[in-house]
Ligand binder design. Structure first.
Ligand SMILES: Nc1ncnc2c1ncn2[C@@H]1O[C@H](COP(=O)(O)OP(=O)(O)OP(=O)(O)O)[C@@H](O)[C@H]1O
Ligand SMILES: [Mg+2]
Length: 277
C-alpha cells in the first residue's frame, strides 16, 4: 500500500531472509569472511550461532549467492527429519541421483560425488540452518559426514547454523567429539545503536527508486530501545511506522509515530485474540 506512495520498488522491511538487503555490519562482514576462509581452507566444521532474528539465515543466503559454481552447495532448512531423511535431503540438495534404498547407499553416493568434486578442483559445502533443533543422534549423523575425507583434505565443509541453544548443545559433554572438530565458531549479536540507524537507512536505500522517507534520530533511539538491536524486531517496527507515516502523509518518521507503532505491535496479540474469539 505505502510502496508506491514512497517510491519503493520492494518492501523495505520484509521479514524474509532476502540476501539482497544484507547490511554489512562489522560482525556480519566478519562472519562472512570466516565462512569464506573456512570453506576455502577446507576446515571441515564451522558453526554460526546467534540470538533469534539476528540475521543467521540472511547471512547463509548471502553466502550462497556469493559462492562461485566451483563450490557445490546443499542448504538444509528443515531440521525436523529422521537421520535417514536428513541424509536423503542432503543428497537431493546436492543434486546427486542415487539409489535411495538405505543409508549405506546414500553414504556411498555422497562419498563418490565428493571425490569427483575434489578431482575436478571443486569444493562442497553443506549448510544446516536451525541446527539448534537437531537431536544428538542427528548431530552424530552429521559428524559422520565429516569423516568423508582423503588423507590430506576434508571433502565436505559443514556449516551448522542455529540459535543460542546450539551453542549450549555443542558445549555439552555428549558432543565432545563433534565440538573438537569445529574449526571456527562465530556468534552474531544484535546491532548497536549506531548500527541500527545505518541498518534502517541501508534497507530504505536498497528498496527505493529515489530519495526514501527517513527516520529522525529520536525515532531511531526508540527503535533501538524497543528492538534491542535485533533486526527482525527493527523490521517489524519500521514497517508499522511507515504505514503510519503513509496515513499521516509525512516522509519523516519521528518518535511519536514510532511510539504509536510500538504500542500497536504490542497490542496486536490481544486484538487478534479478541477478534478470533
Ligand atoms: N545484516 C542484515 N542485513 C539486512 N537484513 C537483516 C540482517 N540481519 C537480519 N536481517 C533481517 O532481519 C530479519 C531476520 O533475519 P533472519 O531470518 O536471517 O534471522 P535469523 O537469525 O535466521 O532468525 P532465527 O533465529 O529466527 O532463525 C530478516 O528480515 C532479515 O532480512
Ligand atoms: Mg533463521
Amino acid at each position: 500500500m505505502y510502496l508506491n506512495h514512497f517510491g519503493f520498488t520492494k518492501h523495505p522491511f520484509n521479514l524474509t531472509a532476502d540476501p539482497s538487503f544484507l547490511f554489512p555490519s562489522p560482525q556480519h562482514r566478519e562472519a562472512m569472511s570466516f565462512l569464506f576462509y573456512g570453506i576455502k581452507q577446507r576446515k571441515g566444521f564451522l558453526a554460526i550461532t546467534g540470538e533469534v532474528g539476528t540475521g543467521k539465515t540472511t547471512l547463509c543466503r548471502a553466502l550462497l549467492s556469493l559462492l562461485d559454481d566451483r563450490v557445490k552447495t546443499a542448504f538444509i532448512l528443515n531440521s525436523n527429519l529422521t537421520e535417514y531423511q536428513l541424509l536423503h535431503a542432503i543428497i537431493e540438495d546436492f543434486g546427486i541421483g542415487a539409489s535411495m534404498k538405505n543409508r549405506m547407499n546414500l553414504m556411498r553416493a555422497l562419498n563418490s560425488f565428493l571425490l569427483t568434486q575434489l578431482r575436478d578442483g571443486n569444493n562442497a559445502v553443506l549448510i544446516i540452518d536451525e541446527a539448534q533443533n537437531l537431536s544428538s543422534s542427528q548431530l552424530e549423523q552429521v559428524r559422520m559426514l565429516s569423516n568423508l575425507e582423503t588423507a590430506e583434505q576434508k571433502l565436505l565443509q559443514i556449516i551448522l547454523v542455529g540459535q543460542p541453544q546450539l551453542r549450549k548443545k555443542l558445549d555439552s559433554k555428549g558432543l565432545l567429539q563433534l565440538r573438537q572438530r569445529i574449526a571456527i565458531r562465530f556468534h552474531l549479536y544484535p546491532l548497536s545503536r549506531d548500527e541500527v540507524g545505518a541498518y534502517i537507512a541501508h534497507r530504505l536505500r536498497v528498496a527505493s527508486r529515489g530519495v526514501p522517507p527517513s527516520f529522525d534520530w529520536k525515532a531511531i533511539d526508540l527503535i533501538y530501545a524497543y528492538s534491542g538491536g535485533v533486526p527482525r524486531l527493527i523490521n517489524m517496527t519500521c514497517d508499522r511506522s511507515l504505514l503510519a507515516a503513509f496515513a499521516l502523509d509525512t516522509r519523516t518518521i519521528n518518535a511519536k509515530i514510532v511510539r504509536a507503532s510500538i504500542r500497536e505491535l504490542e497490542g496486536e496479540p490481544e486484538l487478534t485474540a479478541v477478534s478470533a474469539g
